[in-house]
Design a protein around this ligand. Structure first.
Ligand code: AMP
Ligand code: GLY
Length: 421
């Protein structure tokens, strides 16, 4: 069978490598893919947000199945459009993807159904928001309602910073329409855990937990990025926490979406904070996390495509989803200067032996060579019986990959190691 994957980053590369393990898969098309993905799939230069282009392509090649991975096409209705032309898809319809597409929607959903999250207020008028900030507890958290390339969340340590963030979003339109409405919420503290889940609206199957490292610098300093590395499983996600999450968050969210007529089918991502008062939802994503996917899928022992198809056909309860008992670590190598300003176009060399562990995010093919083309260039994942060994092995592999201006954090997984002790 032939499978179409929409997207072109490290997450999509991880999905594609996993889908390729299925013996029935002949060909994988990636739209647009990237220079690295091109070694594992047939890439076509159609943007993930070009829904019409994707549909036209799908009409031509008639794939047997499609996976829509990034947030924008999901929120824009890519799954609806492909389903309409008779192509079975993995991913939520637009009306369910709104759980990520609108923070106002997701906060109101949690309030209505009693799902634990930070206390909040929503605003569509700047003066009201500024007035509220006169007396709001500090630090406070300002969030743009819509998608903002992962940059729409500001943690303000002072009242002035909070007001500045509101002005940037609502008056200067820093995130375009995404900032027309905002959420101002309580600042929560505690370790963060990412839990991706498979759900078909009837059953929810959490995947192995993971921990992202969002800041650019070692010791969690510097600017927020798309993620500089991940480990799985996350030691803060104990069996007790997992049981509470299932009862208080995962099942209630699935049922709430059904109740609202927005049944969610696909990968529902729970960004959680384990506070003193228990686990709370920091954010929902309507898709696989990046770079969480690069540690979660390598630990998956059940065939991914089989699970995905069961989700589409609403028979997930029939599948026994199994995980490796080992641990995984993914270290991301970026171009120096990311996430602000960086150079690209440098040749990347990757020894063949470690290629199966490499997930390419920002690289293009030029004259048969792989060259850097993005901020985050690639991630390297090692799976080992212990987290310590996985961390060492992923750094060892990263040492063997060369490109000019290679930058990476040296402390991926250290916080988790300490928590294990
Ligand atoms: P997001 O873009 O929604 O993933 O948020 C980015 C990061 O902001 C999260 O991973 C948290 O570290 C932080 N964050 C978001 N909401 C809160 C909150 N209410 N309290 C403390 N930190 C938060
Ligand atoms: N790694 C965080 C995200 O995918 O949103």
């Amino acid at each position: 069978m032939n499978v179409l994957v929409v997207g072109g980053g490290g997450r999509e590369h991880a999905i594609i490598k996993k889908i390729r393990e299925n013996k029935n898969v002949d060909k994988i098309y990636a739209l647009p893919g990237n220079g690295g993905i091109a070694r594992d799939a047939e890439c076509h230069p159609i943007k993930a947000t070009d829904i019409e282009g994707i549909v036209d392509f799908a009409k031509k090649v008639r794939p047997d199945y499609a996976v829509v991975a990034p947030d924008d096409p999901l929120v824009m209705g890519c799954v609806d459009a492909l389903t309409n032309i008779g192509i079975p898809c993995f991913g939520p319809e637009a009306k369910a993807a709104v759980i990520e597409g609108s923070k106002v929607f997701s906060k109101n959903l949690m309030k209505k159904y009693g799902i634990p999250t930070a206390r909040y207020q929503t605003f569509d008028n700047m003066d009201d928001a500024l007035y509220y900030l006169e007396s709001a507890p500090i630090p406070t958290v300002i969030k743009a309602d819509g998608l903002a390339l992962g940059k729409g969340v500001i943690i303000a340590e002072t009242r002035e910073d909070a007001k500045e963030a509101v002005r940037e979003m609502m008056a200067d339109h820093k995130f375009g329409k995404s900032g027309d409405r905002i959420v101002i919420e309580e600042f929560l503290e505690g370790p963060e855990v990412s839990v991706l889940s498979f759900t078909d609206g009837k059953t929810v199957v959490p995947m192995i937990s993971s921990m992202d490292h969002k800041r650019a610098g070692d010791g969690d300093t510097g600017l927020n990025t798309g993620g500089m590395g991940t480990i799985a499983p996350n030691p803060y996600y104990t069996e007790e926490v997992a049981a509470r999450c299932m009862e208080e968050i995962f099942l209630p969210t699935m049922r709430a979406m059904n109740e609202e007529g927005r049944t969610f089918k696909g990968c529902l991502y729970f960004g959680l904070m384990i506070t003193e008062k228990g686990p709370k939802v920091i954010e929902y994503n309507c898709r696989f996390g990046d770079p969480e996917t690069q540690v979660v899928l390598p630990l998956l022992e059940t065939d991914l495509l089989t699970i995905m198809q069961a989700v589409t056909e609403e028979r997930l309860s029939e599948i026994d989803v199994k995980w490796s008992t080992g641990a995984a670590c993914c270290v991301v190598a970026a171009s120096d200067g990311y996430p602000v300003k960086y150079e690209k176009g440098y040749e990347i060399t990757i020894p063949d032996e470690i290629w199966p562990c490499v997930f390419v995010a920002g690289a293009a093919e030029e004259d048969g060579k792989l060259v850097t083309s993005g901020g985050r260039v690639l991630g390297v994942t090692a799976v080992r019986p212990t987290l310590r060994d996985a961390i060492d092995a992923s750094y060892d592999m990263l040492d063997e990959i060369d490109f000019a201006n290679k930058y990476y954090r040296v402390d991926i997984g250290q916080r988790a190691l300490k928590a294990l002790k």
